[in-house]
Design a protein around this ligand. Structure first.
Ligand SMILES: [Fe+2]
Length: 265
């Protein structure tokens, strides 16, 4: 599995505070079945003033530390880019690094206030040739009053990334409810850990993936942690990938299997 959202770099934001924690998080991820992690520290002007060139240097340094420690985990660079009015220019300049240098990047809406003109901001990045991945819509405190906005963003072409811990209930009932609803409505493209530490935000995907598989089928679950993340790393066109689907697809998959069985018989 590929985890496209993880605060693994040490001492750069509110993620891993030191190298020891980063290495232990990496061990946990590998044991969970994760083979590649995108290191995505916050870029949040005034709070976390990180930038692309520095993140790339730190990713290369941590990759070397992983190799020294004998941990088989591939790293790529990225960031968790908080919405700003100057996003497109910062993507163009490399100040905001995309995921593994692709067209895809993590777009973090504000947690507690629904931003005016969110749709226009997302569209501006799409029009500029980038592929925004909206991070953890299910955890936004304003999703209830703006759920239609999320649907419109997905319709416009943005991808939606759920947090694994929201699906498993680690963030409580409301994020779990919105996760299930978005899954059932075919609005989810990716699941990622958004891991921050060794306590309550570990880099774990497998349990959440099993829950998605039980809900939507194995293929849809795999698409969220293997197929689409692989497309991101390869900078493949989003249209070339599988469509996001709800539980109806699981039923039709089973029907397809039944038909094949009947034909075989
Ligand atoms: Fe994050």
């Amino acid at each position: 599995m590929i985890d496209l959202h993880c605060h693994l770099l040490p001492g750069i934001d509110d993620g891993a505070p030191d190298l020891e924690t980063s290495l232990e998080m990496a061990r946990i991820a590998v044991a969970d079945g994760i083979t590649t992690i995108a290191c995505t520290p916050h870029i949040y002007p005034g709070l976390y003033d990180n930038n692309g060139p520095d993140i790339l240097r730190r990713v290369a340094a941590l990759q070397a530390d992983l190799e020294d420690a004998g941990i088989a985990l591939k790293l790529v660079a990225g960031c968790d880019a908080h919405l700003t009015p100057t996003m497109v220019g910062e993507l163009n300049s490399g100040h905001i690094p995309t995921l593994a240098g692709s067209r895809y990047f993590l777009f973090e809406p504000p947690h507690h206030v629904a931003p005016p003109r969110l749709e226009q901001s997302v569209m501006a990045t799409l029009d500029a040739g980038y592929m925004p991945i909206i991070t953890h819509p299910e955890r936004l405190s304003w999703i209830e009053s703006h759920y239609d906005t999320m649907k419109a963003l997905a319709r416009a072409g943005a991808w939606m990334q759920l947090t694994a811990g929201s699906i498993t209930g680690r963030f409580g009932k409301r994020p779990q409810y919105w996760s299930e609803r978005m899954l059932d409505e075919g609005l989810v493209h990716l699941v990622a850990t958004d891991a921050h530490n060794l306590r309550n935000r570990k880099p774990l995907l497998a349990d959440a993936v099993a829950m998605v598989a039980a809900r939507l089928g194995d293929a849809a679950a795999r698409d969220m942690v293997v197929t689409r993340p692989g497309m991101v790393l390869a900078n493949a066109a989003p249209a070339a990938g599988p469509r996001a689907v709800g539980p109806a697809a699981k039923a039709s998959t089973s029907l397809g299997v039944l038909r094949r069985l009947f034909r075989a018989a």
